[in-house]
Design a protein around this ligand. Structure first.
Ligand code: AHM
Ligand code: MG
Length: 334
């Protein structure tokens, strides 16, 4: 039997990869792992909401029940504030960033952006949801974090990852040296290395678009959606449509099986729906580190200079050759 490697062991073994590492980044990644386990436990109870009480109700212990995305947000904020490695956070759940001015955090090196519970509309129907995070080194020099610490290009990410709360719970992260995935063993409450050095296949047969918006897609994307349905054994077409409406789950599956995910500009959302800082940059870092491509259709996502915290961008990411084909269609038909 081979030895089980836990997330913490793995993180600490890799610490030496960072030339000036002092252990803070390792600690921060461990803190994220711990917070996600607490959230995972709560998500597992989601179906009991009618029995235990929904958002705003008071449970038997006299505690007020929180919506799960609010609960997840609070868990991460507490973990980051108490961890002492982060001087500010920005979350999809909050309008503004949150500077930490407590003694232990004020002068810390890192800021984190995160989406505590992405795809939360899926919770009510027992479908996978996820947490997404990015870690940046601060650029301001002292005190609690400032806006400029967050408005950095995705290329500046020190680490990024996601947690998928699915049929099993997994944490997948990168520090720019490949992608590794850990599955939570509920028996021992530990994340164990289950997907070392994840690589996205260059080709695949899965496409993940919300085709309900077909009429509002650009000409090139419409052509691609038509092309995937044509019969052509030499290219394995027709492809299979797979769309969960939970970005983490859609991208995770495509990373493993080979596929392309797209949330483009639509007439209702001219900049797309997904947020650059909380969703697109971290997923782009993972996808690129796994050997895939992450673009808006016109530029590399990680090279976009953010101008606001909640900025949205179109997202097209996944297997190299599949994204390449979509780009070819965009080039030809717009
Ligand atoms: P959320 O941040 O409000 O949960 O929305 C993000 C989610 C993504 O996970 C998913 O890719 C997308 O919304 C699905 O949107 P749609 O239902 O418009 O296809
Ligand atoms: Mg989201």
């Amino acid at each position: 039997m081979s030895k089980v490697v836990t997330l913490n062991e793995f993180i600490h073994d890799r610490q030496a990869d960072f030339p000036f590492a002092t252990g803070e980044l390792s600690q921060l990644l461990s803190d994220i792992g711990v917070a996600s386990k607490v959230i995972n436990k709560e998500i597992n109870k989601a179906g009991l909401v009618d029995i235990l009480g929904a958002f705003g109700n008071t449970n038997v212990q006299g505690e007020e029940q929180q919506k799960l995305d609010v609960y997840a947000d609070n868990q991460f904020i507490d973990a980051f504030r108490n961890g002492g490695e982060v001087c500010a956070i920005a979350s999809e759940e909050n309008d503004d960033y949150l500077p930490f001015d407590n003694e232990g955090s004020r002068d810390a090196k890192y800021v984190v952006t995160f989406d505590p519970l992405d795809g939360s509309s899926n919770i009510d129907v027992n479908v996978s949801v996820g947490t997404i995070f990015s870690i940046y080194r601060r650029i301001s020099t002292e005190g609690s974090g400032k806006i400029e610490d967050f408005l950095q290009k995705g290329t500046e990410q020190i680490a990024a990852g996601y947690v998928i709360y699915g049929s099993s719970t997994m944490l997948v992260y990168t520090t720019g040296k490949g992608v590794n995935g850990f599955t939570l063993d509920p028996g021992i409450g530990e994340y164990c290395l289950s997907h070392p050095d994840m690589k996205a296949p260059d080709d695949g047969r899965l496409y993940s678009f919300n085709e309900g918006n077909y009429n509002t897609f650009s000409g090139g994307l419409q052509k691609y959606c038509d092309w995937v349905k044509e019969e052509d054994p030499s290219t394995g077409r027709p492809y299979s449509a797979r769309y969960i409406a939970s970005m983490v789950a859609d991208i995770h599956r495509n990373l493993i099986k080979g596929g392309v995910f797209c949330y483009p500009a639509t007439s209702g959302s001219p900049d797309g729906k997904l947020r650059l800082l909380y969703e697109c940059n971290p997923m782009a870092f993972i996808v690129e580190q796994a050997g895939g491509i992450a673009t808006t259709g016109y530029e590399r996502i990680m090279e976009i200079q953010p101008t606001t915290l909640h900025q949205r961008v179109p997202a097209l990411m996944g297997s190299k050759n599949m994204v390449g084909k979509v780009l070819e269609m965009i080039e030809k038909y717009g």
